[in-house]
Design a protein around this ligand. Sequence first.
Ligand SMILES: [Cu+2]
Length: 471
Amino acid sequence: MDRRRRGFLAGTAVALAGSVVGRAALAALPEPVIQSETATMPPLVPPNGRPYHAVVTLNGWTLPWRMRDGVKEFHLVAEPVVREMAPGFKAQLWGYNGQSPGPTIEVVEGDRVRIFVTNRLPERTTIHWHGQRLPNGMDGVSGLTQPAIAPGRTFVYEFTARRPGTFMYHPHADEMTQMAMGMMGFWVTHPKARHPLIETVDRDFCFLMNAYDIEPGASLPKIMTMLDFNLWSWNSRVFPGIDPLAVRLGDRVRIRIGNLTMTNHPIHLHGHEFSVTGTDGGPTPPGSRWPEVTVDVAVGQMRQIEFVADAEGDWALHCHKSHHTMNAMGHDVPTMIGADTRGVAERIAKLVPDYMAMGERGMGDMAEMEMPIPDNTARMMGGEGPFGSVEMGGMFSVMKVRRGQKVGDYADPGWYRHPPGTNAFEWTGALDAPARFRAEGQGAMPVGKPIDRPIEVQVRKPGGDAGHAGH
Ligand SMILES: [Cu+2]
């Protein structure tokens, strides 16, 4: 953690001398802080202003600000970035300040906020501050509330963060392209004092859900894709590239989730029940809360869930759409379960080098297959756990609840050591045939005699001739 914190302050946060913005303008601009690492950074303890309990962005970071005459000044730079989406797989995306998504912005209810947005993209952009109460002219909708920010130009947004809660930011200019390329970021406004609907928590995590369509072996997303994305990511990372959520046993935990993909994601947590304590519309009143283990986050929505992490272990946290816990693959693969493909691969391999028959026992083998994949491609599924492959990809992570996790320590504690005798185990005794097989067909409803004559079936077409009616 210390290594990371030092890295955050010294090694990886690089002040950028802009060639885009003139020197006179730079004198008034806060230096943009650029992040080059994909590791989850520790919470940014506010150095000034009203104190708050900072969030932790999964595989992300919070943007430092400059306090100037009581105004919190941030500088976002929209630019092409290289994002490592998983070890061994880098994508060419667009983002902010060196990463996609951009840095999380954290402010306090009532803060005056000034955000400089410099456009280093090859095309125009804006930023919309999703969910904020602000003057209409600061809403960031290209053409509607402002002219678009041309390449090379810097715009200033300024407003008071009026409402505490969970928000995000994203372009509102050529949205289809710019969001498909990864332009988005998280925004948290902390309450300025004790709030009747906002509890103090021990750990406060956040991430945005995004999706990309990148051919195996390629690195640039296809921006015309409407629905058939092949990479389902949290903060532009796919499992096993998503960091675990390290938690101390007994912690009250909040997880804030925003959805900027083109479909809904039912997010499921193992081992605990949570309630939805807020949306991008604000905190939910206690009377509206009920226990859940899965929360569906629709397109353009945000949800914050809360619970007490009272069960030690490694608990999966994932999207419940099973195709969203897989990485890029060919979609045109026929189902081969039960098919005997022995010999087929050898014959096809003579025509197609590197061909491999896929999944005759299900697709689980894919996780372990040492089949050749193109360079710069995340495996379809994998992730080595303590008992073998986790056989997951995409929107999957692990919440690691540990008695010994220190307050404020977000480092991965390693795999859970299960107390002896508490793991599922293999049965090694005798296996009698299950009783239900013997009972089948002999109960209160006998099968009856087999039908020994052909059955004639005729179909009546709607609106067809009644004379052809069958029976
Ligand atoms: Cu999903």
